[in-house]
Design a protein around this ligand. Structure first.
Ligand SMILES: Nc1ncnc2c1ncn2[C@@H]1O[C@H](COP(=O)(O)OP(=O)(O)OP(=O)(O)O)[C@@H](O)[C@H]1O
Length: 491
């Protein structure tokens, strides 16, 4: 339950307001008669809203600052004498969300408190599911820090919440259409029911109808029993129709009926069955073109594309490549004694120069293959299959990077710090725990900087550290100058 901390030395006014708040808002109201009391209560209580009087010498403003310092998620409101603009500005600068006039106007105070709590809840909700998390951990496993992918995640989240609208996902093969469809289901109110995929291109036309709608006993030779179709398996949940562009016109008409009437008949059946299912369709084909050429029904196209989503090909979001590589290295290094440790700058340049016709799937396959076949941890351009190196002037690149230490291991060797493997060899007679841990930390930070080309914000994201924490460590350990001395520029 959310709680309000009401701080006012005037106990009659405070109690009267507390009674109103308890009555009108579903929350716990705690009372304190001085800022000092309020602070001591914070040690044992979580609060959502701080509502405080100004108090002499502006101690209410100091209280707001201190509360926010301890917990930035708390929202605060200050009560001021009418016309005290100077304190109003100071309180807002200190982080107050609103101010109220004193003596309290109780209706006004209740509205302001309710709004502030809404604001608190929204901020927490956003923080939990916001883009920060998506960049580092991915959005339901979908990695994408590029602006195109971040906007896509925003839309997916909104579409998912609505739970009903039909979605059409378009994008080249391997761009992650099925992953997006699963994310829509996972974030929707339908997530407790089934997510049922059906690839319309993988099933022969004559079977697709019965697979989708089911059939009743005796509908055709061999139909010894009635069988439910995928629509029924997806009841209450989500039906994902992959490669919808390959569906034949007769079936398109039957599917249109599901979308319009929310009912269908199984093959051989006459009685309509109700269908409560959200349809998410995907295709790598250009459906508008298919509508123009007559191979796809226009009415179905419009029904399906209530919310159209376009996933950009990997070649248009090359900034996502290092993050995707990182993720796939984690996956495919798992369980291996000697996994991949990274991609040298020339290899990364080659991969960024490549057109990726197979998109993320192709990148994933490449990392998997390298994790199996490449014995040496670091992948250089020369280790890549030839097609990935075509069109790239590796000699020029090599010259450009001649002065650079491209790998963490090289950086570390040059620095003279952190020799050895990530986990220390069996300890000798004597080991200095703090020195070993500090050394390991240095290497992780240098590695992250190396992977992100010196970009500290991205390095912090990679290490799942707050940017400010990383900056502090870099400063304290003077890693910046070390990194620069290795021929790298950080930003
Ligand atoms: N952004 C991403 N982050 C992590 N993995 C991804 C991403 N995009 C795709 N993948 C991976 O690439 C592979 C292909 O993804 P998916 O099957 O969702 O693509 P698709 O567009 O539906 O492909 P197709 O059109 O060929 O069916 C999967 O192994 C998936 O894990």
């Amino acid at each position: 339950m959310r709680s309000i901390l009401l701080v006012d030395g005037d106990c009659r006014n405070r109690e009267a307001l507390a009674v109103m708040l308890r009555k009108e808002i579903d929350c716990l109201v705690l009372e304190a008669d001085s800022p000092e009391d309020a602070l001591s209560m914070l040690d044992s209580q979580d609060i959502s809203l701080l509502l405080t009087d100004l108090f002499p010498e502006g101690r209410g403003i100091v209280l707001i600052k201190e509360v926010l310092r301890r917990n930035p998620e708390v929202v605060s409101v200050i009560a001021l004498p009418v016309g005290d603009r100077e304190s109003a500005v100071k309180a807002l600068q200190a982080g107050a969300l609103f101010y109220l006039n004193k003596p309290y106007h109780y209706d006004e105070a209740v509205i302001v408190a309710a709004r502030s709590i809404e604001h608190h809840d929204l901020a927490i909700h956003k923080e939990k599911r916001g883009p920060k998390i998506r960049k580092t951990e991915g959005f339901h496993g979908i990695i994408g820090a590029s602006s195109q992918m971040q906007s896509l995640f925003e839309i997916v989240e909104r579409v998912a919440e609505d739970g009903e609208s039909t979605v059409l996902i378009q994008g080249d093969s391997g761009t992650g259409k099925e992953m997006v469809a699963k994310a829509i289901h996972a974030y929707s109110p339908r997530s407790g029911k089934n997510f049922v995929p059906l690839n319309c291109a993988a099933i022969p036309d004559e079977l697709l109808e019965s697979e989708l709608f089911g059939y009743i006993k005796g509908a055709f030779t061999g139909a010894a029993q009635s069988k439910q179709g995928r629509i029924q398996y997806a009841e209450g949940g989500t039906l994902f129709l992959d490669e919808i562009g390959d569906m034949k016109p007769a079936l398109q008409a039957k599917l249109l009926r599901v979308l319009q009437e929310k009912e269908f008949e199984p093959v051989g059946g006459l009685k309509p069955i109700k269908a409560d299912v959200r349809i998410v369709a995907a295709t790598h084909r250009n459906l508008e073109e298919a509508v123009r050429t007559g191979s796809f029904r226009e009415d179905l196209y419009y029904r399906l594309s209530v919310v159209p989503l376009q996933i950009p090909p990997l070649r248009d979001r090359k900034d996502d490549i290092p993050l995707l590589i990182e993720k796939f290295m984690q996956v495919y290094n798992r369980g291996r004694k000697r996994g991949l440790t990274g991609f040298a700058a020339d290899a990364m340049a080659a991969l960024k120069n490549y057109a990726w016709p197979g998109n993320v799937r192709e990148l994933e396959n490449l990392v998997q293959r390298l994790a199996i076949l490449h014995a040496d941890g670091l992948v250089r351009a020369a280790d890549l299959p030839e097609k990935y190196r075509e069109g790239l002037n590796l000699e020029a690149l090599a010259e450009e990077q001649a002065a650079e230490a491209v790998t963490t291991s090289e950086a570390v060797a040059l620095s003279g710090r952190g020799e050895g493997v990530p986990i220390p060899e069996p300890l000798e007679d004597q080991a200095d725990f703090n020195a070993l841990v500090s050394d390991f930390e240095d290497r992780l930070i240098l590695q992250a900087l190396s992977r992100t080309g010196g970009n500290k914000k991205e390095a912090a994201a990679l290490l799942n550290l707050k940017r400010t924490t990383l900056l502090e460590k870099i400063k304290k350990k003077q890693l910046d100058s070390l990194f620069r001395s290795l021929g790298r520029k950080s930003e």
